[in-house]
Design a protein around this ligand. Structure first.
Ligand SMILES: Nc1ncnc2c1ncn2[C@@H]1O[C@H](COP(=O)(O)OP(=O)(O)OP(=O)(O)O)[C@@H](O)[C@H]1O
Ligand SMILES: [Mg+2]
Length: 182
């Protein structure tokens, strides 16, 4: 947009123009994610083919880079009827955070629990200090230099919409664990 008018020899102008473009892209991303936080959430509940669901997610997570390993432990016979896309978004936000924290391994477990399905997502990253843990699900709370604080607020909104709950625990230095009960 700007570059064709710039003198390519003017390295400083090109540098600033590129920085501006990156900034515009970042802000566009925030606006798009923000709109997810406020948009209506129509729910389409249907039986989820869990092995396939996790196979698809794991191949998407393989693209996150930094060699993150994601293991999935499905208790045999676990059945879940929920909204596939919304649940995928919740798990994706949780796993992305683990990757961004520097974790090398994420362990996902599905269990039947008192007539519900409990999904735990544990990582081996640095964990979350107790004073931060209180607010991580609040919108726009981020402890990252360039985070927008939308991921977990959206995850909580979706899980509530699906009739479930989400919680986090952490022993700093020993990783974080998120539990979604549906
Ligand atoms: N697995 C984790 N390990 C360590 N800290 C975490 C983990 N998950 C979440 N957090 C902390 O919780 C905060 C809130 O997470 P959330 O996903 O809502 O926002 P974000 O990742 O900072 O920004 P966004 O998701 O919008 O890109 C993060 O900034 C981070 O400090
Ligand atoms: Mg996030």
């Amino acid at each position: 947009m700007l570059e064709p008018r710039l003198d390519p020899a003017d390295a400083e102008a090109v540098f600033h123009s590129q920085a501006l473009k990156r900034e515009i892209k970042r802000i566009q991303g925030i606006i798009e994610r923000f709109s997810h936080l406020t948009r209506a959430l129509p729910v389409q509940r249907q039986p989820i083919d869990l092995p396939r669901f996790f196979a698809d997610l794991r191949s998407a997570w393989a693209g996150l880079g930094n060699g993150l390993q994601v293991s999935v432990d499905l208790e045999p016979g676990t059945v879940l009827a929920s909204d596939r896309e919304l649940l995928a978004q919740v798990l994706d936000n949780i796993v992305r955070n683990a990757a961004e924290s520097g974790a090398g391994h994420v362990a996902i477990r599905l269990r039947r629990h008192k007539g519900a399905v409990e999904i735990t997502v544990g990582d081996d990253g640095p964990g979350i200090p107790a004073e931060q843990l209180k607010s991580i699900f609040d919108p726009f709370v981020s402890f990252k230099p360039s985070g927008s604080g939308i991921g977990l607020a959206l995850a909580r909104r979706i899980v509530t919409r699906l009739g479930g709950r989400i919680e986090a625990t952490s022993v700093p230095g020993q990783g974080a664990e998120f539990t979604v009960v549906l």
